[in-house]
Design a protein around this ligand. Structure first.
Ligand code: V47
Length: 383
């Protein structure tokens, strides 16, 4: 097998031997992978593991993102989405509007709603519990992947509940799993600069641990391409790998490329295509206990996401429909990609598209009535 692989970077030789021998990689191996200019060799190794696990399959889903509010007290430097309550563009949806949006999602065939929002200073925890209960009642067949560890930490604070009781209340209301956002980079030096008022890295991990302990799966992310070092990236990935060894509760990992526009870090350059493909490949190589690595097309662009399917990724994420977090930060991608287009992107990359639910069970559309065409009607907003 190794004869097929040409490695130009001598530092990668021992890492390649470990990968091909099925050995777990170390911190130093991770740093060597990030530091290597030999992107094709790193990508080849990641693709080797990806094909061993998933063959030619590439997953996607039909989903809809819903952001109930962008009002946020955290004021993270990395973020262009959050607003003060009285700032221009601040919004909070009435529950009825969210439910209508969701019902439209059901008509379009969504199997998942991805719900995340700001840390609102005045909305009580009950608003979010009512939101979830209402969604479950109206759209019982749709998986609710809702609220990051950061939001869960905030709900616990405002409702004076323990993390466990907060998660149990969300689960009881109908939350099915948690998305992976808010992890950023766990290292305190970085967090102090990019997201000073968020839960710490340790708290993020503890909330994920508690979620997994009560039976809620979650995803995990890493925000790269701002002020973090390669060592801090590897430390982040290895912290996730250790927790996964303990709980097996993570479903997918999504490396997230930093978008600087309109943020407090707008002076930083954008990550490049090289950084993006490296992030996908290194995560596949280090996270040997994560089944799924997502190439989130909104953040990578469909072009890079397609290439990422040969650099370790086995999932393209979903149709999304409406995306605010990246578009407020200058993303130029579309907000919606129809399933036919996702399937085409996947096929052109030589992979076999498989529609999945949030927990990666294949969905057979031949047994479900066809969805109605997408409506572009926008709903009004209450402030
Ligand atoms: O939590 C915020 C990041 C996340 C910026 O779990 C930014 O399936 C780049 O978590 N530039 C939201 N990133 C996105 C997210 C996600 C996306 C797709 C799938 C899943 C999943 C999760 O985006 C935030 C934060 O980490 N973010 N601002 C920015 N300016």
């Amino acid at each position: 097998m190794i004869s097929e692989l040409v490695i130009n970077d001598a530092q990668l030789q021992p890492v390649a031997r470990k990968v091909l021998g099925g050995e777990r990689l170390s911190f130093d191996d991770g740093v060597a992978l990030y530091g290597s200019p030999d992107l094709l060799a790193v990508g080849w190794l990641a693709n080797h593991l990806r094909e061993k696990r998933h063959g030619n399959v590439c997953y996607f889903n039909v989903n809809r993102h819903i952001n109930p509010t962008n009002v946020c007290v955290a004021h993270c430097k990395l973020c262009a989405f959050g607003r003060s309550p009285d700032a221009p563009g601040a919004y909070t949806f009435a529950l009825e509007e969210i439910w209508q949006r969701a019902e439209q999602g059901v008509r379009e065939g969504a199997s998942e709603f991805h719900l995340v929002g700001g840390l609102h200073p005045d909305l009580p925890f009950d608003y979010f519990l009512d939101l979830i209960r209402g969604l479950k009642k109206r759209c019982p067949g749709v998986h609710l992947k809702a609220f990051t560890m950061v939001e869960v930490g905030y709900f616990a604070r405002i409702s004076r509940l323990s993390i466990r009781d907060t998660l149990l209340a969300l689960q009881d209301a109908g939350v099915d799993s948690l998305p992976g956002g808010g992890a950023e980079i766990f290292n305190p030096r970085v967090r102090k600069i990019i997201c000073d008022h968020k839960v710490s890295g340790q708290q993020w991990l503890n909330i994920a641990r508690t979620a997994h302990q009560i039976g809620l799966h979650s995803n995990a992310t890493m925000l790269y391409g701002h002020i973090e070092t390669n060592e801090e990236r590897v430390e982040h990935l290895l912290a996730l790998r250790s927790l996964q060894d303990e709980t097996h509760g993570f479903v997918a990992f999504i490396p997230l490329a930093f978008h600087p526009e309109n943020t407090g870090l707008a002076h930083l350059p954008k990550p490049t295509g090289f950084d993006d493909l490296k992030a996908i490949a290194v995560s596949r190589l280090l996270l040997d206990n994560f089944d799924h690595i997502k190439a989130y097309w909104i953040m990578l662009t469909p072009r890079i996401a397609q290439i990422a399917l040969r650099f370790g990724a086995d999932d393209m994420d979903g149709t999304v429909v409406e995306e605010k977090i990246y578009h407020d930060a200058g993303a130029t991608t579309a907000q919606f990609t129809p399933r036919s287009q996702l399937e085409r992107l996947i096929r052109e990359a030589g992979r076999v598209p498989v529609e999945r639910d949030t927990l990666y069970r294949p969905i057979d559309r031949s047994k479900i009535p066809p969805p109605s065409p997408r409506s572009d009607a926008t709903l009004s907003i209450i402030v």
